[in-house]
Unconditional design. Sequence first.
Length: 336
Amino acid sequence: MKQSDDASPASVNTPVNVNIHASLPARRHDKYERLIALTRENPAIPTAVAHPCDDASLRAAVEAAEAGIIVPILTGPAVKIRATAEKAGLNIARYEIVDAPHSHGAAEEAVFLVRTGRAELLMKGSLHTDELMSEVMKRDTGLRTGRRVSHAFIMDVPTYPKPLVITDAAINIQPTLEDKVDIIQNAIDLARALGIENPKVAILSAVETVNPKIPSTIEAAALCKMAERGQITGGVLDGPLALDNAISEEAARIKGIDSPVAGHADILVVPNLEAGNMLAKNLTFLANADAAGIVLGARVPIILTSRADSVMTRMASCAVAALYAHRSRLENPIKG
């Protein structure tokens, strides 16, 4: 499926998880902790870490390695990586370093490690997201597949009883109906990798009825019909649904919506990047939620972390990607 211009690396707009909740009482992260615990049942996943040349990105890789989630292969200027580790008090002696002169070369080396099968995950270091994604999206040497690349946030929202996937809030600006087929399928595959075998997918709009004046409602109805005909598989779709009746059983009951998805959504599919970005930021800043993010649709999951992410969020991002990679191993075993 052709990757259109509005999903170019420059359009990546990952919400920054600024720690505005530092003064609030510490809260548990039961949903993330369960995901991290699941990774302990599997071997650590070899992971190419592109240009981990600042404290936050290198620490994220080391902490995930010490938790047994990944086995990092660090790509970038070896002298700079070692100096960063020494300054941060991190022991990286046991981890392989692939020397590269600069961030662009680090991205290229990291993608090459994946292409040659030495790594099963790709992790962003201290380089710009668009620099990494431009290497991923190269037609001949990148990691493209027939699937459209999309982003998913796995939100830990204190007021919601389970992890909540939001897609696409960071890459696809104004996705077409065809694009949304891949965006939804990517999210379903992710949810299944997290142990949700039949995820409930809510396709969001401003209202829960089809209205010809609101294009997203028509697309939602079409996507549901496509799922009925087997063009989207592995999940239960319903839409259009407004946000309230997608996540609140009471709101759905009041509005008379009889649906297995309404009030119980595992995945929220937004109409466009603006809506998704605002939804994710609202949950982060107003509901004390955390947002672990990965990119899907390439040959391997891509872990995107922010310097402002908490330790738990960084670990959750790695855990989600590792669970996805393990599921891929089971479904696509290497033939000898």
